[in-house]
Design a protein around this ligand. Structure first.
Ligand code: ATP
Length: 292
């Protein structure tokens, strides 16, 4: 079942097209990572979900409910969000911060204890959040986003300010909450290894267009485009009026025989290969080959 659906969504700001005919659906219990350069439109896509921006065309559904001014509250009841850092009252405890959220949603006090337990902050609930580590603050932010039992949680670059330990803890927590609570996640990140870690669904935005959706595009298709993933091949083969994949691979055979792992990488494009190919950049494998 689809949790979030974008149907031909187009968004303009003045004369500029910020989102261009975006269509995708996030399924129940999916962790979907949204990648793209600065300015690609990730935050604008989130803002469209929250109804902050008015769409030029298309529509957005959550659990089958279409977003409109009339359904906005009902719609938002089903979405939780943690946008960059958690917004906390630092002079208050973790529990007290969650109590603000409880009052907003007119929730039960028992739910505060439940979400603290879910994110592993029960032992620190009476501590003022100014004494929390960055990782603990992000986990509290996640608890706040989960309080009203949304089916989808949106995380905007959630691990940006965390140290490696905090990053690892946070990612594992997201994975666990997805499995145990059945929450779907839509996560924007610039860290390709974050998207690879979840190994679920990947969307790549480029200049407002959805240029890659792992649910539709098989990575196999990228093998047919080595000139994109490995642009120096295009240079070497430029004099030919046409060329085929095998020719490109023949050209690479010598270095590939010496470095078999590159051969493997060429045959199985990594997320980095795909991302860089879509942005016409040289991949790690290409750099290795060029320095050979
Ligand atoms: N309120 C606005 N008015 C006009 N243009 C806007 C507005 N908000 C965003 N934009 C433009 O929309 C485009 C997409 O911006 P957006 O912030 O969505 O990108 P992003 O992918 O989230 O970038 P980043 O990775 O830096 O957060 C950019 O060109 C930006 O300048």
């Amino acid at each position: 079942m689809s949790i979030l659906e974008f149907n031909n969504v187009t968004l303009h700001q003045g004369k500029k097209t910020i989102l261009d005919n975006i269509t995708f659906a996030i399924q129940e219990k999916q962790i979907c990572c949204l990648l793209g350069r600065n300015g690609a439109g990730k935050s604008s896509l989130f803002k469209s979900v929250f109804g902050i921006f008015q769409l030029k065309a298309g529509y957005i559904n959550i659990n089958g409910l279409e977003h409109s001014p009339d359904t906005r509250n009902q719609f938002l009841q089903q979405v939780g969000a943690l946008i960059e850092g958690a917004a906390l009252y630092e002079h208050l405890t973790g529990y007290e911060n969650l109590d603000f959220v409880r009052r907003y949603y007119s929730g039960e006090k028992s739910r505060i204890l439940e979400v603290l337990e879910l994110v592993g902050l029960s032992p620190d609930q009476e501590k003022k959040t100014k004494y929390y580590s960055s990782g603990m603050k992000q986990r509290l932010g996640l608890a706040m986003a989960l309080f009203h039992r949304p089916s989808l949680v949106i995380l905007d670059e959630p691990t940006n300010a965390l140290d490696p330990e905090g990053i690892s803890e946070f990612r594992s927590l997201v994975k666990r909450l997805n499995r145990t609570e059945g929450v779907s996640f839509l996560i924007s990140t610039h860290q390709l290894e974050e998207a690879s870690f979840y190994r679920d669904r990947i969307l790549i935005l480029k200049q407002g267009r959805l240029v890659y959706d792992s649910a539709i595009q098989n990575t196999e298709s990228f093998k047919l485009l080595p000139h994109q993933a490995y642009p120096h091949l295009a240079e070497e083969l430029a004099s030919q009026s046409f060329w085929r994949e095998e020719e490109a691979f023949t050209l690479l055979q010598k270095p590939l025989a010496t470095y078999p792992y590159i051969w493997e990488e060429l045959n199985t494009p990594s997320l980095e290969d795909i991302y860089l190919a879509l942005h016409q950049q040289k991949s790690h494998a290409t750099h290795e080959l060029l320095s050979y």
